[in-house]
Ligand binder design. Structure first.
Ligand code: FAD
Length: 388
């Protein structure tokens, strides 16, 4: 067991940090408060080799490891938290599932623009009646000659106002085995994108309506039975989500540490008051613990598929730590931290969302409990019915 980065990883981390300081340190607040996908940052990152880090070189990616991609998120977020969204969408988001399962023709069609930062892909899983119970989704895809006809509604898709292409979970038939996914391009007849709604974090999403939307059969990413593969890809997305949550917490922690080390009240720096020292000690415990859980899941994922259990533990720990640390850091910075001129309040709002998105903390705890008790707890209560 070794808790250090390799020399290669250290060099990569340094290079990403230098890139971020040179190109992203200015304008971090304006970038954070702008809900649009920062295509300018995406193009810069593409030139720097930070898009498609884990995508094989043969497909136009960098052929790196998941840990490299995590390092990129951490180093970028340490300078400009908002820009780490680009690392997420260029490496961990729907692009990751897409690049894993797409046909050569699908990759040739969509990957070049996604990896160059000219396009972004949005993910459509959630529906009005299918949130935590994602397998209740009803958006259907029915074959019709050389096409599929898609009908249904998706909600909350991140970057849906900006996305050119959408990875949409659909139902071909009944049950979990009937679920798969298709690719739908913006502008396809019958695909209607509603006006943007705003989350607490200022992120925007649009309702996506499919009304007899005909897509070519070549746009099927995964057919019936694809759900398990999609969730395996989604576990990678969860690790990116976890690393951003923790990196945002670390950003707030550093800002607050600087504040209490220099700000004087009652004639002394604030860090000399034990009430504040213990806040920082508690935050350090949360940061260190969640960081180790994240790295364990990532290193083991690099040896194969991410483990659902380790991913759940890492995401729950990082989501909770990120939010709690942002919250305590804001408190330690008083009205300065609460001000919109401070990025800490924005980080607090963002980290709050990750406790819901991509597998809420409660759903992750359900998964952890299954590991603890070594049995599956069907949330629909079906075992109870069978036992009667
Ligand atoms: C910032 C953000 C970004 C998002 N991005 C996307 C995206 O890109 N694409 C997409 O498809 N969706 C996205 N979502 C939606 C997200 O996936 C859902 O919000 C999530 O799955 C929860 O569903 P819900 O909001 O309908 O809550 P509900 O399912 O209605 O749950 C409400 C509450 O009950 C809890 N709960 C539900 N079931 C259980 C249970 N069995 N045991 C214990 N507690 C339970 C939940 O944890 C939650 O706290 C995003 C959401 C957010 C906040």
């Amino acid at each position: 067991m070794n808790f250090d980065f390799t020399e290669e990883q250290k060099l990569f981390a340094d290079a990403v940090r230098r890139f971020a300081q040179a190109h992203l340190a200015d304008g971090i607040l304006a970038r954070a408060h702008n809900p649009r996908f920062p295509f300018d940052v995406a193009r810069l990152m593409s030139q720097q080799g930070l898009m498609g880090i884990t995508v094989p070189a043969a497909d136009g990616g960098q052929g790196g490891t998941l840990m490299d991609a995590i390092i990129a998120i951490e180093q970028v977020a340490a300078v400009c938290p908002r820009s780490s969204d680009v690392v997420q969408f260029g490496n961990f988001g729907p692009i990751r599932t897409f690049s894993e399962y797409a046909t050569p023709a699908q990759k040739a069609k969509w990957l070049p623009d996604l990896l160059a930062g000219r396009a972004v892909m949005s993910l459509g899983i959630s529906e009005p009646q299918a949130g935590s119970a994602a397998t209740d989704l009803v958006t259907s895809a029915k074959p019709d000659g050389a096409h599929y006809v898609v009908n249904g509604t998706k909600l909350f898709s991140t970057f849906s106002p900006d996305a050119n292409v959408f990875l949409v979970y659909v139902r071909y038939g009944p049950g979990v085995g009937g679920i798969g996914s298709v690719i739908v391009e913006r502008g396809t007849p019958g695909f209607n994108i509603g006006p943007p709604s705003t989350f607490m974090s200022s992120e925007e999403w649009c309702e996506l309506n499919f009304d007899d939307c005909r897509i070519p059969a070549e746009n099927v990413l995964l057919g019936p039975g694809g759900f398990k593969k999609q969730i395996a890809g989604f576990n990678v997305e969860r690790l990116g989500n976890a690393s951003r949550a923790l990196a945002f917490g670390r950003y707030c922690f550093n800002a607050a540490r600087e504040y209490v080390a220099t700000r004087k009240q009652f004639g002394r720096p604030l860090c000399e008051f034990q009430g504040l020292q213990w806040k920082f000690a508690d935050m350090a415990l949360k940061l260190e613990g969640a960081q180790l859980l994240l790295y364990r899941a990532v290193v083991n994922a690099d040896r194969g598929l991410p483990s659902a259990y380790e991913t759940s533990v890492a995401k729950a720990a990082c989501n909770l730590a990120g939010f709690e640390i942002a919250h305590e850091s804001l408190q330690a910075m008083g009205a300065t931290g609460y001000s919109r001129d401070s990025i800490v309040e924005w980080c607090l709002r963002r980290t709050r969302g990750w406790m819901i998105a991509g597998g809420s903390v409660e759903i992750l705890k359900n998964r952890i409990a299954e590991h603890v008790f070594e049995r599956r707890f069907d949330q629909r209560g079906r075992q109870a019915a069978a036992a009667e």
